[in-house]
Design a protein around this ligand. Structure first.
Ligand code: PLP
Length: 358
């Protein structure tokens, strides 16, 4: 008997294009530079043997250590199943489906739209200016009915920070009407730029963090929302009862120990060095049209023939992230900063391509 199960699904889910994560896109590489992961595994050992018990909803040690690391109070920290879960929790707590909207400024991180579409919330886009900064007048024109504005700083995939004066203006513009969510997934690569010290002045500010990037724990699935208590209390109403598995909390606690944070900072220093080298080399390669400065563990570059570059490196096992179809990013590829050796493989492959083309 044939049953059309597809028809049973919600209309917005039938229409949904799921997030094209690096892992879903596949590939057969040995140099994975498409997901902004840390290139090497960091060893941890599990210390908890109590898997017969449900975990704490908000593991105390993780909350306290993250609060200390971020310079905040524990009541200003919520831990979630990756920053991605926090992106969605905010919509579920603050946006009425079919009525309220969210807003963001492409090119930027893909999950804001995917979460909105999944839940059935309208999303509005105000393209970033040519220098990837906010178009504040255009945002002001679009704010009617908007409950959450998502910013990404430093921005994925462009790598730049959003001007702090502009963020202040946006926070003033949205006061009492909408939250401003600053996604700081890459802030460890430019820690001076964090907005955490602004929380005391702005009740409508939320900051997102993750252990997936600088902390080298993308496989752990652990992220954070930082905000004042009234926001955190609302998010606590909609979060799952057990968002973090016991082993996740165990490893997160270790990653946030003094030694864990020191190790992360060494890794960041190393990657920042590799990035400077990669940027300098890219600037001298013929098939590279433009390289963008970056405050993160990836660089964005525009190529004379990006499909050819993407495919040629793919065939050599070097997997980059294609941004060619993104608004404003024609010809662009995003390259995560890997080990020194991996950066060298990219440079050599691009040099060979340029010689071939000349
Ligand atoms: C990687 C990334 C995330 C997701 O972080 P997880 O904690 O792995 O869910 C969120 N925002 C941006 C901008 C990212 O690049």
């Amino acid at each position: 008997m044939s049953q059309n199960i597809e028809q049973l699904a919600r209309a917005n889910v039938r229409a949904l294009t799921p997030y094209q994560s690096a892992r879903r896109l596949g590939g057969n590489g040995d140099v994975w530079l498409n997901a902004n992961e840390f290139p090497l595994p960091v060893p941890f050992e599990l210390s908890q043997q109590t898997l017969n018990r449900y975990p704490e909803c908000q593991p105390k040690i993780v909350i306290e250590r993250y609060a200390a690391y971020a310079g905040l109070q524990p009541e200003q920290v919520l831990v979630s199943r990756g920053a991605d879960e926090a992106i969605e929790l905010i919509m579920r707590a603050f946006c009425e489906p079919g009525q309220d909207a969210i807003l963001f400024c492409p090119p930027t991180y893909g999950m804001y739209s995917v979460s909105a579409e999944t839940i059935g919330i309208e999303y509005r886009t105000v393209p970033a200016l040519a220098d990837w900064q906010l178009n504040l007048p255009a945002i002001a024109d679009q704010l009617e009915g908007v409950k959450v504005v998502y910013l990404c700083s430093p921005n994925n995939p462009t790598g730049n920070l959003i001007n702090q004066d502009d963020i202040r203006e946006l926070l003033a513009m949205t006061a009492g009407k909408a939250l401003v969510v600053a996604d700081e997934a890459y802030i460890e690569f430019c820690p001076q730029a964090t907005l955490t010290s602004w929380l005391k002045d702005y009740p409508n500010l939320v900051i997102l963090r993750t252990l997936s990037k600088a902390f080298a724990l993308a496989g752990l699935r652990c992220g954070f929302a930082l905000a004042n208590k009234p926001v955190i209390d609302l998010l606590m109403k909609v979060i799952a009862p057990y968002p973090l598995a016991t082993p996740v909390a165990d490893v997160a606690g270790q990653a946030l120990s003094e030694q864990g944070i020191a190790l992360m900072r060494e890794h960041v220093a190393q990657l920042n060095e590799n990035r400077s080298w990669l940027l300098a080399e890219l600037a001298q390669i013929a098939c590279v049209e433009q390289v963008f400065t970056s405050e993160t563990n990836y660089v964005l570059a525009r190529f004379t023939d990006s499909p050819k570059v993407f495919k040629t490196l793919w065939d050599q096992g070097i997997i980059l992230r294609d941004q060619n179809k993104n608004p404003g990013l024609s010809g662009c590829l995003r390259i995560s900063i890997g080990t020194h050796e991996e950066c060298g493989r990219v440079i050599a492959a691009l040099q060979a391509l340029s010689v071939e083309q000349a």
